[in-house]
Design a protein around this ligand. Structure first.
Ligand code: H2P
Length: 809
């Protein structure tokens, strides 16, 4: 049946009445939302089902993306857009006197991630389906996700994020696909069974993993893939082993939160258990599926590619080995061949702290058989290097060292492909941090620069600009992001430039309304909206931004008539609960904000807004309204970044260091349309090698730096006696690990250029236009297509066919 407006209206009324026994006038937004979601689900369920059947029937090779984080945000709007139902639904609801956008606000973000890592995984899900590629996600269904951030007296307070308490409209529980996982055995012995030696686990317990599947709807092509999220339960047969509430709670805790506090050994063990839990569940279910389809496991690599997203899922490697050896009775060499053909790994950061290492006794206690297998992988690896005459590379690359398991080593040794996420990052991986591995396995290393989905970030989030684009270059950009380049023809067209500025202005008005409500603060859309939104981390240098704000404030106090463009500094950032320095920085931002925002004498020339509980949905509000994008990490530290791409796509101009994907953005837009400053990777590397950096020299010799730093400790900023001192010490006594002071003057100078540039609205709009036009370059569709072709060897199984979701049941 055609999905027409009339049909939708009739169906909507019917389902509302059936589901809630109310009519439209009485219905709450929640009831309206649920009804709408149920119609959307029914619209793609058939395609979803068919897709699963087709893949099995045709024996299509599929990719499985294992990730501890997925951060899709809300799905109602993106599903509607991808199904091609968006306009029909909005107009139908309008006829019913329902404000669609108000209804969408009811949906809670699926917030199963922290930052770029999880958002990338979600973008890849969307891009895979939209490219018609058979690619599925495998992760954890956290009950509380990361945490809900509240700012109380300037401090970050972490509360549980109860995103699931009203249910998740998009998930389907699949009992029949549950699998069991044995953990904490005290001993493993070998017993003969059917002519094979099989390990028998003594002691320990069994956890049941139950999958909740979320359909991932492709963009107007009828392709619906699967995002499988696992929950932990106690199997009925095991109930007697969980007698106390405490024991039961431990199973609940397993999928309660993302990143349990890793400052305690209990928290660290829980995190490792989570990793093994979703890995084992995922691999078991893949093998079950494969066998059910009648395929031989010898040929696993012809049907399955497993991707290890960052190190958290690295236990995939020994777990697949375990199943092949113990359950399927393969010999070691054959099992190893299959495993390495199937596995590939992405590295997302070179920060030492993020390279996971687990004490061997944690793994031994968790799953002794996995530990045995890791030891055997290690033994054979070391032996092979000795044989190859490369024994000198053993200490730096081996898996087990200092009583710890190095997950990066295990990942690289057990995979056929290792990729970085931006050109510079891959180069640093190859030439510095993982150089010894690169010398051993050069053919495994490759780059896949990250990408974003312009459907969410432009079509959904920025309707104002989308309208301008439609009018100017037609609508093909909605299907092929590269077509945004057609905009370049209009870079000197005053009318178009004005329209771009007008769209930005309207988005700023919208954000200003939100800030009024959320922060009680009035900000002017005429000011520059200067945005830094990302995880709070010292290397991302929110602190550099804050020091500049203090400097501007001091200048204005000295000279209230100083001629500067009014600016609103907008931050959105969560700090990891155990990361003290990051929390201290949040407190300082908020107190500097309090001081500035309440100071009448500076005549609203500066405002500082910290938007609490930064999320995908808030990003959708903030990004279209940004004039300036702050991408100011210490060179070499940010692997790629993706907010940099989203912001340029929305016409913000980037202030950037030559780090991560900023370099590729600069290559796209050209030097004149981006503001570059700061130490280069070679300069940072040289400082690190020679250890010649002296932060005190900057403090003592550069008056502007001394003046700003002193403000942190001389009482001129109220309420930061402790935190101000802490930041001061980080930047001086502890020698400013991230070179904030070295880059400070360069940063001030470039911001002065931004200030001047903003005074010329048409010239600014031209730069903005060039950024928008080049934004399509970073489409996640293209990124996943490269993964598909070069790493996973999977092919599109669904061609674009708009009619597919119209077969409405
Ligand atoms: C990380 C990196 C980013 C990268 C992202 C996705 C871990 O994300 O630091 O540079 O773009 O993965 O590859 P984040 O810092 O935002 O948590």
């Amino acid at each position: 049946m055609q999905f027409t407006k009339e049909y939708f209206i009739q169906e909507f009324k019917k389902r509302l009445n059936e589901g809630y026994a109310v009519d439209i006038k009485q219905a709450s937004n929640f009831e309206l939302y649920q009804t709408l979601a149920s119609i959307v689900r029914s619209g793609y369920n058939n395609a979803w089902h068919q897709n699963i059947k087709n893949n099995a029937r045709e024996g299509n090779k599929q990719a499985y993306y294992f990730s501890i984080e997925f951060l899709p945000g809300r799905l109602l709007q993106s599903n509607l857009l991808n199904m091609g139902w968006y306009d029909t639904v909005i107009s139908g609801l309008k006829d019913l006197d329902i404000d669609f956008y108000e209804v969408t606000e009811i949906e809670k973000d699926m917030a199963l991630g922290n930052g770029g890592l999880g958002r990338l995984a979600a973008a890849f899900m969307d891009a895979l389906a939209s490219s018609g590629l058979p690619g599925n996600g495998n992760g954890i269904r956290y009950k509380y996700g990361l945490f809900k951030q509240k700012i109380v007296d300037g401090y970050q307070v972490e509360l549980p994020n109860e995103w699931l308490n009203q249910g998740n409209s998009w998930e389907v529980r699949r009992d029949s696909k549950a699998v069991d996982i044995h953990i904490n055995a005290t001993e493993v012995s070998l017993l003969e069974k059917d002519g094979h030696l099989v390990p028998v686990y003594h002691g320990g317990k069994v956890i049941r993993a139950v999958p909740y599947d979320v359909g991932v709807v492709g963009f107007q092509n009828g392709c619906v893939n699967n995002l499988r999220l696992w929950d932990a339960e106690i199997p009925e047969s095991e109930e007697v082993n969980y007698r106390t509430l405490d024991e039961r709670r431990k199973i609940e805790d397993l999928t309660s939160i993302l990143y349990p506090d890793d400052s305690t050994s209990e928290g660290r063990r829980l995190r490792l258990l989570q990793e093994y839990f979703f890995v084992s569940a995922g691999i078991q279910s893949i093998l079950k599926h494969h066998k059910k389809a009648g395929h031989n496991l010898n040929k696993l690599a012809d049907y399955v590619a497993i991707h290890i997203n960052d190190t958290h899922p690295v236990l995939c490697i020994p777990e697949l080995m375990r199943l092949l050896l113990d359950e399927e009775h393969y010999g070691w060499d054959e099992a190893w061949e299959i495993t390495t053909q199937v596995m590939s790994y992405t590295n997302h950061t070179l920060m030492a702290e993020a390279m996971e290492k687990w004490p061997i006794h944690y793994i031994q206690e968790l799953q002794p058989r996995i530990y045995q297998i890791i030891c055997e992988i290690e033994r054979r690896y070391v032996e092979s290097l000795e044989k190859r005459g490369q024994a000198e590379l053993i200490p730096s690359t081996r898996i087990i060292a200092d009583n710890q398991i190095r997950m990066v080593s295990l990942a690289i040794i057990g995979s056929h492909s290792v990729n970085g996420v931006a050109k510079l990052h891959t180069e640093l991986m190859k030439s510095q941090v993982l150089n010894d591995f690169y010398r051993l396995f050069p053919e495994r290393f490759n780059n896949k620069t990250n990408g974003i989905t312009e459907r969410r970030w432009l079509q959904i989030a920025n309707r104002e600009l989308s309208k301008v684009l439609d009018k100017t270059i037609g609508k093909t950009w909605r299907y092929a992001a590269d077509d945004l380049e057609m905009l370049l023809k209009y870079q000197d067209d005053e009318k178009v430039l004005k329209e771009i500025n007008h769209a930005k202005y309207q988005n700023k008005v919208r954000l200003a309304e939100h800030v009024k409500k959320s922060n009680g603060l009035k900000i002017s859309p005429d000011a520059i909206f200067d945005v830094q939104i990302k995880r709070l981390h010292e290397y991302k240098r929110q602190l550099l931004n804050l020091l500049r704000i203090i400097k501007l404030y001091q200048d204005l106090k000295e000279n209230p008539n100083l001629d500067i463009q009014p600016r609103v500094f907008i931050f959105g950032a969560k700090a990891a609960p155990g990361y003290h320095e990051a929390k201290v920085i949040i407190k300082c931002i908020n107190e500097v904000g309090n001081l500035i925002n309440n100071d009448q004498t500076i005549q609203d020339k500066l405002k500082v807004v910290f938007i609490e509980d930064y999320s995908v949905s808030l990003a959708e509000l903030i990004i279209p309204a940004a004039d300036v994008s702050e991408q100011i990490s210490t060179a070499t530290k940010e692997a790629s970044g993706t907010s940099n791409m989203k912001l340029m796509l929305n016409g913000a101009l980037t202030v950037a260091t030559l780090d991560g994907a900023n370099i590729e953005i600069k290559d796209q837009v050209g030097d004149d349309n981006i503001f570059i400053f700061g130490l280069t990777k070679d300069e940072v590397t040289a400082h690190n090698q020679t250890q010649d950096y002296c932060a005190w020299d900057y403090y003592n010799n550069i008056p502007v730096i001394k003046r700003v730093l002193d403000a942190l400790i001389d009482g001129s900023i109220p309420n930061i006696q402790v935190e101000g001192r802490h930041v001061f010490d980080l930047l001086t006594r502890f020698n400013d690990q991230f070179f904030v002071l070295a880059d400070f003057e360069g940063y001030l100078a470039i911001q002065e250029q931004v200030d001047q540039a903003y005074r010329k609205p048409l010239a600014w709009a031209k730069m903005s236009l060039i950024n928008i036009a080049k934004g399509g370059h970073f489409s996640a569709d293209k990124t996943v297509q490269r993964y598909a072709k070069e790493i996973w060897h999977i092919k599109p199984v669904v061609e674009k066919d708009e009619a597919k979701y119209d077969s409405y049941q």
